[in-house]
Write a protein of this length. Structure first.
Length: 356
Protein backbone atom coordinates (compact mmCIF):
# COMPACT_ATOMS: atom_id res chain seq x y z
CA UNK A 1 0.00 0.00 0.00
CA UNK A 2 2.82 2.43 0.83
CA UNK A 3 4.57 1.97 -2.51
CA UNK A 4 2.23 4.46 -4.18
CA UNK A 5 3.13 7.10 -1.58
CA UNK A 6 6.87 6.72 -2.05
CA UNK A 7 6.50 6.86 -5.82
CA UNK A 8 4.78 10.23 -5.37
CA UNK A 9 7.63 11.46 -3.15
CA UNK A 10 10.18 10.63 -5.82
CA UNK A 11 13.85 11.53 -5.55
CA UNK A 12 13.48 13.35 -2.24
CA UNK A 13 13.40 9.96 -0.53
CA UNK A 14 16.36 8.53 -2.45
CA UNK A 15 19.56 7.67 -0.56
CA UNK A 16 23.00 7.69 -2.14
CA UNK A 17 25.77 6.00 -0.14
CA UNK A 18 29.34 6.55 -1.41
CA UNK A 19 31.48 3.42 -1.60
CA UNK A 20 33.75 4.64 1.19
CA UNK A 21 31.00 5.49 3.68
CA UNK A 22 29.93 3.40 6.70
CA UNK A 23 32.45 0.59 6.13
CA UNK A 24 33.32 -0.05 9.79
CA UNK A 25 31.47 -2.28 12.22
CA UNK A 26 31.39 0.72 14.55
CA UNK A 27 29.29 3.87 14.45
CA UNK A 28 30.48 5.14 17.84
CA UNK A 29 32.82 2.78 19.67
CA UNK A 30 32.19 4.57 22.97
CA UNK A 31 28.40 4.49 22.83
CA UNK A 32 26.18 1.96 24.60
CA UNK A 33 24.77 0.82 21.23
CA UNK A 34 28.03 1.13 19.32
CA UNK A 35 26.56 0.07 15.94
CA UNK A 36 23.75 2.66 16.03
CA UNK A 37 24.03 5.38 13.38
CA UNK A 38 23.51 8.79 15.06
CA UNK A 39 21.47 10.10 12.11
CA UNK A 40 19.00 7.24 12.41
CA UNK A 41 18.61 7.64 16.15
CA UNK A 42 18.08 11.37 15.73
CA UNK A 43 15.35 10.95 13.11
CA UNK A 44 13.54 8.17 14.99
CA UNK A 45 13.44 10.22 18.19
CA UNK A 46 12.31 13.24 16.19
CA UNK A 47 9.41 11.27 14.68
CA UNK A 48 8.26 10.03 18.09
CA UNK A 49 8.25 13.62 19.36
CA UNK A 50 6.23 14.71 16.31
CA UNK A 51 3.59 11.98 16.64
CA UNK A 52 3.57 11.88 20.44
CA UNK A 53 3.22 8.10 20.65
CA UNK A 54 6.22 7.33 22.86
CA UNK A 55 8.43 9.04 25.42
CA UNK A 56 12.02 9.31 24.25
CA UNK A 57 13.71 11.54 26.82
CA UNK A 58 15.65 9.45 29.31
CA UNK A 59 15.35 6.30 27.20
CA UNK A 60 18.23 4.28 25.77
CA UNK A 61 17.97 3.54 22.04
CA UNK A 62 18.82 0.06 20.72
CA UNK A 63 18.69 -0.73 17.01
CA UNK A 64 18.07 -4.22 15.64
CA UNK A 65 17.42 -6.20 12.49
CA UNK A 66 13.69 -5.63 12.68
CA UNK A 67 11.55 -5.86 15.79
CA UNK A 68 11.99 -9.63 15.58
CA UNK A 69 15.61 -9.53 16.71
CA UNK A 70 14.86 -6.94 19.37
CA UNK A 71 12.05 -9.08 20.76
CA UNK A 72 14.52 -11.92 21.24
CA UNK A 73 17.12 -9.51 22.65
CA UNK A 74 14.60 -8.20 25.18
CA UNK A 75 13.66 -11.72 26.30
CA UNK A 76 17.36 -12.52 26.72
CA UNK A 77 17.92 -9.38 28.79
CA UNK A 78 14.91 -9.91 31.04
CA UNK A 79 15.72 -13.56 31.73
CA UNK A 80 19.47 -13.13 32.14
CA UNK A 81 19.58 -12.93 35.93
CA UNK A 82 17.33 -15.96 36.41
CA UNK A 83 19.45 -18.00 34.00
CA UNK A 84 22.66 -16.90 35.70
CA UNK A 85 21.26 -18.09 39.02
CA UNK A 86 20.60 -21.52 37.55
CA UNK A 87 16.82 -21.20 37.67
CA UNK A 88 14.49 -22.86 35.19
CA UNK A 89 13.68 -20.97 31.96
CA UNK A 90 11.52 -17.89 32.45
CA UNK A 91 8.00 -18.45 31.03
CA UNK A 92 6.87 -16.22 28.15
CA UNK A 93 3.14 -15.57 27.68
CA UNK A 94 0.76 -13.40 25.69
CA UNK A 95 -3.05 -13.31 25.59
CA UNK A 96 -4.65 -15.07 22.62
CA UNK A 97 -5.08 -14.19 19.88
CA UNK A 98 -1.39 -13.32 19.79
CA UNK A 99 1.04 -12.62 16.95
CA UNK A 100 1.62 -15.99 15.30
CA UNK A 101 5.41 -15.62 15.29
CA UNK A 102 5.70 -15.20 19.07
CA UNK A 103 5.84 -18.95 19.90
CA UNK A 104 8.38 -19.97 17.21
CA UNK A 105 10.53 -16.89 17.79
CA UNK A 106 10.58 -17.62 21.52
CA UNK A 107 11.55 -21.28 21.17
CA UNK A 108 13.64 -21.13 17.97
CA UNK A 109 16.99 -21.20 19.75
CA UNK A 110 15.89 -23.66 22.45
CA UNK A 111 17.21 -21.13 24.93
CA UNK A 112 17.77 -22.15 28.53
CA UNK A 113 16.89 -18.55 29.48
CA UNK A 114 13.22 -18.47 28.43
CA UNK A 115 10.46 -20.61 26.92
CA UNK A 116 6.99 -20.17 25.46
CA UNK A 117 4.43 -21.01 28.14
CA UNK A 118 1.13 -20.48 26.35
CA UNK A 119 -1.32 -17.99 25.01
CA UNK A 120 -3.26 -16.75 27.99
CA UNK A 121 -1.39 -14.26 30.12
CA UNK A 122 -4.53 -13.49 32.12
CA UNK A 123 -4.83 -17.11 33.28
CA UNK A 124 -1.13 -17.82 33.69
CA UNK A 125 -0.09 -18.62 37.24
CA UNK A 126 3.58 -18.45 38.13
CA UNK A 127 5.02 -19.95 41.27
CA UNK A 128 5.27 -17.82 44.38
CA UNK A 129 7.76 -15.07 43.62
CA UNK A 130 8.48 -16.44 40.13
CA UNK A 131 8.71 -13.91 37.33
CA UNK A 132 7.47 -14.30 33.78
CA UNK A 133 7.78 -12.30 30.57
CA UNK A 134 4.56 -10.91 29.12
CA UNK A 135 4.35 -9.84 25.48
CA UNK A 136 1.96 -6.92 25.11
CA UNK A 137 1.20 -6.13 21.48
CA UNK A 138 -0.92 -2.99 21.26
CA UNK A 139 -2.65 -2.39 18.94
CA UNK A 140 -2.69 -6.16 18.77
CA UNK A 141 -1.71 -8.30 15.82
CA UNK A 142 -4.03 -9.90 14.61
CA UNK A 143 -7.21 -8.20 15.89
CA UNK A 144 -6.17 -4.58 16.52
CA UNK A 145 -7.25 -4.60 20.17
CA UNK A 146 -5.69 -2.09 22.57
CA UNK A 147 -4.00 -4.06 25.35
CA UNK A 148 -2.53 -3.46 28.78
CA UNK A 149 -0.30 -5.62 30.96
CA UNK A 150 -1.83 -8.09 33.39
CA UNK A 151 -2.25 -7.06 37.00
CA UNK A 152 0.37 -9.49 38.30
CA UNK A 153 3.38 -7.89 39.96
CA UNK A 154 5.54 -10.75 38.70
CA UNK A 155 5.06 -9.78 35.07
CA UNK A 156 8.05 -8.39 33.15
CA UNK A 157 6.38 -6.84 30.10
CA UNK A 158 7.75 -6.19 26.63
CA UNK A 159 5.53 -3.71 24.82
CA UNK A 160 5.31 -4.40 21.11
CA UNK A 161 4.06 -1.05 19.79
CA UNK A 162 4.86 -1.48 16.11
CA UNK A 163 1.28 -0.53 15.13
CA UNK A 164 0.93 2.40 17.51
CA UNK A 165 0.94 5.02 14.74
CA UNK A 166 -1.86 7.39 13.67
CA UNK A 167 -2.81 5.60 10.45
CA UNK A 168 -3.86 2.57 12.50
CA UNK A 169 -5.16 3.88 15.82
CA UNK A 170 -5.84 7.05 17.82
CA UNK A 171 -2.70 8.29 19.56
CA UNK A 172 -4.21 8.71 23.00
CA UNK A 173 -1.06 8.98 25.10
CA UNK A 174 2.70 9.14 25.00
CA UNK A 175 3.62 5.57 25.95
CA UNK A 176 6.31 5.30 28.62
CA UNK A 177 6.83 1.60 29.26
CA UNK A 178 10.08 -0.06 30.33
CA UNK A 179 10.72 -1.67 26.93
CA UNK A 180 8.98 -0.46 23.76
CA UNK A 181 9.56 -2.02 20.33
CA UNK A 182 9.04 -0.29 16.97
CA UNK A 183 9.88 -1.13 13.37
CA UNK A 184 10.26 0.82 10.14
CA UNK A 185 8.06 -1.54 8.11
CA UNK A 186 4.83 -0.73 9.95
CA UNK A 187 5.36 3.03 9.70
CA UNK A 188 6.57 3.53 6.14
CA UNK A 189 6.15 0.12 4.50
CA UNK A 190 9.89 -0.53 4.13
CA UNK A 191 9.79 -4.13 5.35
CA UNK A 192 12.80 -5.14 3.24
CA UNK A 193 15.06 -2.65 5.03
CA UNK A 194 14.85 -4.96 8.08
CA UNK A 195 15.20 -2.30 10.74
CA UNK A 196 13.63 -1.89 14.15
CA UNK A 197 14.42 -0.10 17.38
CA UNK A 198 13.74 -0.36 21.07
CA UNK A 199 13.29 2.41 23.61
CA UNK A 200 14.58 1.00 26.88
CA UNK A 201 14.31 2.70 30.27
CA UNK A 202 16.92 0.67 32.19
CA UNK A 203 20.53 1.01 31.05
CA UNK A 204 21.53 -2.50 32.14
CA UNK A 205 18.64 -4.05 30.21
CA UNK A 206 19.63 -2.01 27.17
CA UNK A 207 23.25 -3.13 27.55
CA UNK A 208 22.21 -6.80 27.57
CA UNK A 209 20.05 -6.23 24.50
CA UNK A 210 22.99 -4.65 22.69
CA UNK A 211 25.10 -7.66 23.64
CA UNK A 212 22.50 -10.03 22.15
CA UNK A 213 22.41 -8.14 18.83
CA UNK A 214 26.22 -7.99 18.83
CA UNK A 215 26.61 -11.74 19.37
CA UNK A 216 23.84 -12.77 16.96
CA UNK A 217 24.61 -10.50 14.00
CA UNK A 218 27.57 -8.24 14.97
CA UNK A 219 25.44 -5.16 14.77
CA UNK A 220 22.99 -3.86 12.19
CA UNK A 221 23.46 -2.80 8.56
CA UNK A 222 24.71 0.78 8.25
CA UNK A 223 23.14 1.00 4.78
CA UNK A 224 19.70 0.20 6.24
CA UNK A 225 20.13 2.77 8.99
CA UNK A 226 21.24 5.51 6.59
CA UNK A 227 18.32 4.81 4.27
CA UNK A 228 15.91 4.74 7.19
CA UNK A 229 17.26 8.04 8.52
CA UNK A 230 16.48 9.69 5.20
CA UNK A 231 13.04 8.05 4.93
CA UNK A 232 12.04 9.17 8.43
CA UNK A 233 13.37 12.68 7.75
CA UNK A 234 11.09 12.92 4.71
CA UNK A 235 8.12 11.87 6.86
CA UNK A 236 8.82 14.40 9.61
CA UNK A 237 9.83 17.26 7.33
CA UNK A 238 6.46 17.16 5.58
CA UNK A 239 4.75 18.03 8.87
CA UNK A 240 7.26 20.59 10.06
CA UNK A 241 7.51 22.40 6.73
CA UNK A 242 4.63 24.58 5.61
CA UNK A 243 5.13 23.98 1.89
CA UNK A 244 1.90 23.08 0.15
CA UNK A 245 1.75 19.99 -2.01
CA UNK A 246 4.34 18.02 -0.05
CA UNK A 247 3.01 14.46 0.47
CA UNK A 248 2.35 13.60 4.11
CA UNK A 249 2.69 9.93 4.97
CA UNK A 250 0.26 9.68 7.87
CA UNK A 251 -2.41 11.64 5.99
CA UNK A 252 -2.03 9.35 2.97
CA UNK A 253 -2.02 6.13 5.01
CA UNK A 254 -4.89 7.17 7.27
CA UNK A 255 -7.06 8.05 4.27
CA UNK A 256 -6.25 4.77 2.49
CA UNK A 257 -6.88 2.68 5.61
CA UNK A 258 -10.25 4.36 6.23
CA UNK A 259 -11.28 3.77 2.61
CA UNK A 260 -10.23 0.13 2.76
CA UNK A 261 -12.05 -0.57 6.00
CA UNK A 262 -15.19 1.03 4.59
CA UNK A 263 -14.93 -1.16 1.49
CA UNK A 264 -14.30 -4.33 3.49
CA UNK A 265 -17.23 -3.69 5.83
CA UNK A 266 -19.50 -3.15 2.83
CA UNK A 267 -18.31 -6.43 1.30
CA UNK A 268 -18.85 -8.34 4.55
CA UNK A 269 -22.34 -6.87 4.83
CA UNK A 270 -23.11 -7.82 1.22
CA UNK A 271 -21.94 -11.38 1.80
CA UNK A 272 -23.72 -12.04 5.09
CA UNK A 273 -21.35 -14.95 5.72
CA UNK A 274 -18.85 -13.14 7.92
CA UNK A 275 -18.37 -10.72 10.79
CA UNK A 276 -15.51 -8.38 11.72
CA UNK A 277 -13.94 -7.38 15.01
CA UNK A 278 -15.14 -4.32 16.89
CA UNK A 279 -12.72 -1.40 16.75
CA UNK A 280 -12.30 1.50 19.13
CA UNK A 281 -12.67 5.22 18.55
CA UNK A 282 -10.98 7.96 20.52
CA UNK A 283 -9.44 11.39 20.52
CA UNK A 284 -6.14 11.37 18.65
CA UNK A 285 -3.55 13.76 20.04
CA UNK A 286 -1.74 13.79 16.70
CA UNK A 287 -4.68 14.67 14.43
CA UNK A 288 -6.56 16.61 17.13
CA UNK A 289 -9.84 14.91 16.33
CA UNK A 290 -11.94 11.87 17.16
CA UNK A 291 -10.91 8.97 14.93
CA UNK A 292 -11.83 5.32 14.56
CA UNK A 293 -9.11 2.70 14.58
CA UNK A 294 -8.19 1.19 11.21
CA UNK A 295 -6.05 -1.85 12.10
CA UNK A 296 -3.46 -3.25 9.72
CA UNK A 297 -5.30 -6.58 9.79
CA UNK A 298 -8.94 -7.59 9.76
CA UNK A 299 -9.95 -10.39 12.13
CA UNK A 300 -12.61 -11.99 9.96
CA UNK A 301 -14.95 -14.62 11.40
CA UNK A 302 -17.01 -17.04 9.31
CA UNK A 303 -20.59 -17.21 10.59
CA UNK A 304 -21.73 -20.12 8.42
CA UNK A 305 -22.85 -23.03 10.59
CA UNK A 306 -21.23 -25.66 8.38
CA UNK A 307 -17.76 -24.03 8.31
CA UNK A 308 -15.28 -24.92 11.05
CA UNK A 309 -12.08 -23.86 9.23
CA UNK A 310 -12.42 -20.37 7.80
CA UNK A 311 -8.99 -20.36 6.14
CA UNK A 312 -9.77 -23.54 4.20
CA UNK A 313 -13.21 -22.18 3.28
CA UNK A 314 -11.72 -18.97 1.90
CA UNK A 315 -9.02 -20.89 0.03
CA UNK A 316 -11.83 -22.54 -1.88
CA UNK A 317 -12.84 -19.04 -3.00
CA UNK A 318 -9.27 -18.10 -4.02
CA UNK A 319 -8.60 -16.01 -0.91
CA UNK A 320 -5.42 -16.60 1.09
CA UNK A 321 -5.61 -15.76 4.80
CA UNK A 322 -3.86 -17.02 7.91
CA UNK A 323 -6.05 -19.25 10.09
CA UNK A 324 -7.00 -18.20 13.60
CA UNK A 325 -5.48 -21.28 15.25
CA UNK A 326 -2.03 -20.00 14.23
CA UNK A 327 -2.67 -17.10 16.59
CA UNK A 328 -3.86 -19.31 19.43
CA UNK A 329 -7.42 -18.45 18.51
CA UNK A 330 -10.51 -19.91 16.84
CA UNK A 331 -10.17 -21.69 13.47
CA UNK A 332 -13.42 -19.99 12.45
CA UNK A 333 -11.43 -16.75 12.31
CA UNK A 334 -8.72 -15.61 9.89
CA UNK A 335 -6.33 -12.69 9.70
CA UNK A 336 -6.76 -10.62 6.53
CA UNK A 337 -3.99 -8.29 5.36
CA UNK A 338 -5.21 -4.71 4.83
CA UNK A 339 -1.91 -3.38 3.45
CA UNK A 340 -1.50 -4.97 0.01
CA UNK A 341 -1.45 -3.08 -3.28
CA UNK A 342 -4.75 -1.56 -4.45
CA UNK A 343 -5.29 -4.14 -7.20
CA UNK A 344 -4.92 -7.06 -4.79
CA UNK A 345 -7.07 -5.46 -2.10
CA UNK A 346 -9.83 -4.62 -4.58
CA UNK A 347 -9.84 -8.24 -5.74
CA UNK A 348 -10.09 -9.40 -2.12
CA UNK A 349 -13.13 -7.21 -1.48
CA UNK A 350 -14.85 -8.40 -4.65
CA UNK A 351 -14.34 -12.06 -3.78
CA UNK A 352 -15.56 -11.67 -0.19
CA UNK A 353 -18.69 -9.83 -1.37
CA UNK A 354 -19.46 -12.69 -3.79
CA UNK A 355 -19.54 -15.34 -1.01
CA UNK A 356 -22.93 -16.12 0.45
Amino acid sequence: MYEAFWRSVGERAATVIPGWQAMSYFSDAGALCWFLEPAFEREARRLHRLVGNAAVDGYHFVVGNGATQLFQAAMYALSYDAAAAGDKPVPVVSPAPYYSSYPPQTDLQLSGHFRWAGGDATAFTAGAGDEYIELVCSPNNPDGAVRETSSSGNSKPIHDLVYYWPQYTPITERAAHDIMLFTLSKITGHAGTRLGWALVKDREVARKMVYFVDRSSIGVSKDSQLRAANILAVVSDAYYDELRGVPRLFDFARRRMAERWQALRAAVAASGAFSLQEVASGYCNFTNQIVTACPAFAWLRCEKDDVEDCAAFLAGHKIVARGGEQFGGDARCVRVNMLDRDQVFDMLVQRIAAIN
